[in-house]
Write a protein that binds this ligand. Structure first.
Ligand SMILES: [Zn+2]
Ligand SMILES: [Zn+2]
Length: 178
């Protein structure tokens, strides 16, 4: 379901710029994350020739799953951003059009419309770390019994879940550690 008002036709941006502020329930990011509270976004658009500068702020809390212990945790997003939209026609002829950290500041738009919805969506995705840990020192799950070691130790012998202990396990070496 596309929300009107989040894709801004160029002619609707006055010379002095356009302030947008909206709250979004999570539909924008529904295929990536669940939100724990609505996404608040502020965007200021200003034309500069055929380019459009967008400055803004996003705020929300996303629900992530820890890579180590598989528990859900909350991650707060509170980011400022600044990007520049350029017409698609000026895009360099490269296959690689994916937004990466390096060319984060330039986004290409199609037609005469600035996709503020996509911009905000991408900013949230970029704000979430690749490595999702509920806390820096998450102890993960016991490789033997699967217990969440953040909640206390299990009764297993290889409490120290060093990679070697895991490897030994995989190789079928059942000898206890000396
Ligand atoms: Zn964890
Ligand atoms: Zn265990």
């Amino acid at each position: 379901m596309e929300k009107p008002g989040l894709r801004i036709p160029l002619e609707e941006i006055p010379p002095e710029g356009l302030h947008l502020e909206f709250e979004e329930g999570g539909e924008l990011l529904r295929d990536c994350f669940f939100l724990n509270k609505p996404l608040l976004a502020k965007v200021f658009l200003k034309k500069r020739g055929i380019d459009v500068k967008a400055k803004g702020h996003i705020e929300t809390t996303v629900i992530l799953t820890c890579d180590r212990c598989l528990e859900e945790f909350l991650f707060e997003v509170n980011e400022d951003f600044e990007v520049e939209f350029r017409p698609q026609a000026s895009m360099p002829l490269k296959e690689e059009t994916q937004l990466t950290r390096e060319d984060l500041d330039v986004v290409f738009y199609e037609g005469d419309v600035i996709p503020v919805d996509e911009l905000v969506r991408e900013q949230v995705i970029l704000a979430v770390p690749h490595k999702k840990l509920c806390r820096e020192d998450c102890r993960g799950l016991c490789p033997r019994c699967g217990k969440n070691l953040n909640q206390g130790l299990c009764g297993c012998e290889n409490r120290k879940t060093s990679p070697f202990a895991v490897l030994k396990e995989l190789l079928g070496n059942k000898k206890p550690n000396p």
